[in-house]
Design a protein around this ligand. Sequence first.
Ligand code: ADP
Length: 302
Amino acid sequence: SYSELEQATGKFSDEHLIGIGGTSKVYRGQLSDAKVVAVKKLRPLGGEDEDLEFLSEVELLSRLNHCHVVPLLGYCLESQSRQLERLLVFEFMANGNLRDCLDLKGRKPMDWATRVGVALGAARGLEYPHEAAAPRILHRDIKSTNILLDDQFRAKITDLGMAKCLMNDGVTSCSSSPARMLGTFGYFAPEYAIVGKASLKSDVFSFGVVILELITGRQPIHHHRPPAAAGESLVMWAAPRLRDSRLVVTEMPDPAMQGRFPEEEMQIMAHLARECLQWEPESRPTMSEVVQILSTIAPRKA
Ligand code: ADP
């Protein structure tokens, strides 16, 4: 119930705040049985069918059951002082999101084997809704802050809240409501930015950006930049709404790890990223193919 979760998170106090997302705040909570969980408190939208939308999101999330997808443990939909409160309770991921783990912040840089393991885990977590769910499900907002790491640095995909079931033609178009165009600049595919066409292959594009992030340690996103410097390749797209946007992708290895990545494996990863970032959706690999390639370089236990 709401009051139970309120208590578990110290009344949603800042002390318990572990993340702020586009649509929510996420708190660490301890349930009465001592289990630690992540409580995602969605920002009220005030829409008419807010409760129905929420319940269909819950329904979708609870159908997903995979070791590389952050499991939904419960939810709460309750009116509190005339406001509809929507809470989602997830398994707590001790190492937070991948982006924060790549930013050093005094920690030692993530070693190569961990990076490859994270790439493979996340790839499996995305392959699952793409291939195993019926109907197939698109994520639509793959990025490093939506890949969470548990205490063993096992990667799990989260934030499938805006995921969409795929239509029969394999493409979902959201241009009917451009105001609700979802996704994150720097990650979404050109065809999605330009004509609002999302497909399994637009998720693959976003995943390619994440692979480069794992290699370079940096968020490979810069707007309006002059031609690429050495070691950078440029993915350019002229999106009307994003005027002359460029995605500058650095392929230079994480400076914190200079010389400590195995060259051959790194080249395989960089090549895979380039394949995922192809302009034409059809030229990009499927997530199953991505998983297969990553398995050839990942350590056995992963
Ligand atoms: P939004 O959907 O509003 O963008 P997210 O689901 O992306 O919110 O969560 C925002 C941040 O909160 C994440 O990047 C992560 O740092 C943190 N977070 C979310 N879920 C968990 C979890 N289960 N365990 C630990 N941290 C989490």
